[in-house]
Design a protein around this ligand. Sequence first.
Ligand SMILES: Cc1cc2nc3c(=O)[nH]c(=O)nc-3n(C[C@H](O)[C@H](O)[C@H](O)COP(=O)(O)OP(=O)(O)OC[C@H]3O[C@@H](n4cnc5c(N)ncnc54)[C@H](O)[C@@H]3O)c2cc1C
Length: 461
Amino acid sequence: MKGLAKDLNHLMGEAAVFTQPEDLFAYQSDATHYFATGAPVAVVLPEETDQAARLVEYAHSHDIPLTPRGAGSGLSGGCTPVNGGIVVDMKRMNRILDVNRGNMTARVEAGVVLANFHRAMEKQGLFYPPDPQSMTVCTLGGNIATRAGGPRAVKYGTTGQYVLGVTAVLADGEVIHAGGQCVKQSVGYDLTHLFTGSEGTLGVITAANLRILPLPASHRTAVVVCETLDQAAVMVSEIIAAGIVPAMLEFLTQMAVGVMNSMIRPPLNAQGQACLLMDFDGSPRQVEEDTAKLADMARNLGAMETRIITDEKEAATYWKARSSLYPLILTMAKKVIAEDVTVPRNRIPDFVRAVQEISGRMGILIGIGGHAGDGNMHPSILFGEVSPEMEEKARQAIVEIVKKGLELGGTISGEHGIGLHKAEFLEWEIGPAQLKIMKRVKKALDPKGIMNPGKLWPPAG
Ligand SMILES: Cc1cc2nc3c(=O)[nH]c(=O)nc-3n(C[C@H](O)[C@H](O)[C@H](O)COP(=O)(O)OP(=O)(O)OC[C@H]3O[C@@H](n4cnc5c(N)ncnc54)[C@H](O)[C@@H]3O)c2cc1C
């Protein structure tokens, strides 16, 4: 250990290395806290790609596991150092290196916090749509490594669709610049998107080229209060089928509305079993037309109330409350397991009914809320108490929810990634042949298995 600290200090400079237990403590967990592993033996905070490359080369030659980490806001145990080793904390690589308005691209370092990037773009009339609700802390590198999404995915897609190129340090310390700045590229295997979603298992992403858009001229928030969950689920399918695609379409259960109302002024109508919270963007005329069509449709489908919010400040309270939903729920329950199963949008009613049935049969509280516009429903298991019985019931419920999602043609993770949480289920979705390919890719890029070991699939045996 002393030798390692000395080597790292020499290699990286003392200011870039943490080895004291009180500094290492925070790195054993992600935002869930229930995937806490042991602490790493050291944390290193590179400031340049070359510095990161030196570190990786050193770890490679000494067979030391490396776990890349952005903000640690993940919800699947992705950034926890299962085998100890060194955590590579990317937060000091936080510069926006270039904004190319002519090409509508930006080059960023991996540690840039998403909300800072949003603000920097908006100041210039530009727009980077991906919006995971952890945006005030999560990093662009973490977003790329998990293919993160958010409410705007329904109209604009997720992080992967905005990544044109990545700079990555491979497991032996070599640096590659995959992709580039072009909107299109046809040059063999798409290594850029191999790293997008790789969850730190193939290398350390240090920088990326991102696609940006012009900032929409106008937007408007709307809320539809639905009498039943079924009605809300049907309404989601109808809205999408009618082609009035909102920029955001969130599904909130009565419980979620009750929680969010502590932040919303005036509070939402909490009489319905569900609310749909939406935002429409585009030209002022388009937004006007879309919200009018929505109001008609909601009336025809029997909604209890439709609110079109014209006051910007009021609308902001709705979205602030939505992004705070998970932290707010954490204050109500002893433990919350946030699920991430995603289904085709027309299967949302079946999925919601199945989750309700599981919840009722097992006698456990499962909140449902999510980015309904893209089928990402986030059932959350709420623990009134933490006990072995409750852990077992929760595990059983997760297994059933995952199986139901797959049966409905869905996926085990829409945006949080596999990490530790879904490792045992990966093969259920992709099958043995694809799993074998993934393992071969891993072996080819990281033959010693030092990059974020223990993630994506269970260890052999
Ligand atoms: C309140 C709350 C709301 C959330 N809402 C959403 C949401 O709406 N949508 C969504 O998708 N997620 C959401 N999340 C989950 C999480 O914020 C995202 O997964 C986010 O992308 C993680 O970013 P991070 O920088 O914190 O990465 P971390 O949690 O630090 O790491 C996540 C994974 O990426 C890898 N990684 C991180 N940086 C790099 C890098 N530079 N190179 C290689 N690998 C790297 C890590 O090894 C790990 O496997 C939410 C979390 C919270 C707490």
